[in-house]
Design a protein around this ligand. Sequence first.
Ligand SMILES: Nc1ncnc2c1ncn2[C@@H]1O[C@H](COP(=O)(O)OP(=O)(O)OP(=O)(O)O)[C@@H](O)[C@H]1O
Length: 503
Amino acid sequence: MPSKSSDVLPAGLTSQQVVASGSREKRLFINAGPGTGKTTVAAQRFGALRFLPEDRSDHRAVTAVSFTRAATWNLQQRVKRIWGRAALTWPHRIVTLDTIMSDLLHDLLSSGLLRWPNGHTTLTVVDSWNTFSQSEHIKDAYEVQVDYGHVRFKQVELDRAMRVPPPVIEKLIVGGVCTHQDVRDALEAALEDSSVVDRVRTRWAQTTRALIVDEVFDANDLDIAVIELAVQAGLSVTLVGDPWQALYVFRGARPEVIPQLLSRTGTRTIVLTDSFRWRDSGQQRLAEDLRAGRPVSLDSATPDAAASRADVVLAVTWKQLWTTSGRILPLAFHSFKGGAEEAAATLLLNHVTRTVLGQPATYLADALLALGISDPDAPDLLHDDLQRVLDLLRPGGKEATNNAYALLADVVKGVSSRSLRRAHHSHTNRLRDIGSALTGDGPPVLGLTTHQAKGREWDTVGVTLTQVEQNRLLTGLSYAEETDRKLYVACTRARRQTLLIKL
Ligand SMILES: Nc1ncnc2c1ncn2[C@@H]1O[C@H](COP(=O)(O)OP(=O)(O)OP(=O)(O)O)[C@@H](O)[C@H]1O
């Protein structure tokens, strides 16, 4: 609810949003809370910069970046809706920061400043090695180093058994295949060299005239270094974000250093204060109290009541969702680690979430890759087979779970060269959990982690929290604490009401 409706201009934007979208400031930070229009303004600003009359003869790109493919896709759709498809004709683009890193590394390889094993200048960059190997945690087994311009993959001694880079990985690297993390590691190591720094700065200046960074508080040290080089190269740089919504500390996000980046680069701040999310004064008050660090106590509900009333249930971890109630159907077991058994269970979970919730399992694409299935229609083609696996699960109990697992192994054998290992509780438990979600009293409700819910909104949101997390709410949150930020994001997704699930 904007504080003053007279603030909304004819174009539908508030005066704050108009200023943020059209500002000619070369270094701008748009600081904006939940629902205040970060994505809306980023999309408006993209077009405003793209179609700036005085830049008509400047053929360099206007580029917007975000951290996830989902956020990038969302921003692309908004830009197309507002400005038309022409806004995104080459070289103008909205991509992930991983794509930017990959472009920069390729430029260094083709310039000769950096040399890949076997002299490759064009790499195939994959999300993870899961596609090629059943091993997990392969990344732990080597370090990427740059030695006088040569990229090297150095084997690391580990305490644990196994975990040496399997020959298959070495062969792939020498063949010009690597992961996005390898690209980042190689680039970060290369930036120790001042001639590489100069090249990146020059590359920015030659190819790009404006850069918009969405969710800047999720940037890690390499992201920040590359953004700062764009500032030094004289680009128009717009940073958009909310210090309360930095969630990607596990990927190295450093929200605490963003204020220094802003002051180092002389960046001007514009704050968006009016949120359009709240449809209920209680929810608006909750959001304001959380942000002010005041203690809050949430309305509560039993799991059954919450499952009936909420549009979604959120938790900090997937595990918390699975252990709260059989009425919650999460879209994943945990973050995808790889292995044929996990992939097969994800295929089954996807069958259930598609049928019951109309949504795919979060890690379906990873599961298909891990099973070496390239046909995107495979999950649909397997519909009847997977339904038979579910039917076997329905009676519940160990025997039913083991029978279902055996049939799932057969189904997978028909479409994949990977085979499932013998039934073990770490594999069959996933099937048991799916079975429990299907036999609850009443239809299941969608379960998501805070990370998956970021940037989204629903009318009524249930949250399931550990005792420690509940205590944090009762004490008052601080944006300097990672756990508190996750709680803040979870409790600001609802338009009307946030319900705490009481066990
Ligand atoms: N000026 C406006 N008038 C009406 N609705 C608006 C206005 N600005 C934004 N909205 C709407 O408010 C909702 C939230 O906007 P948006 O997604 O851009 O916010 P956000 O700041 O990115 O949210 P979050 O912090 O949760 O990611 C959207 O439905 C958007 O269409």
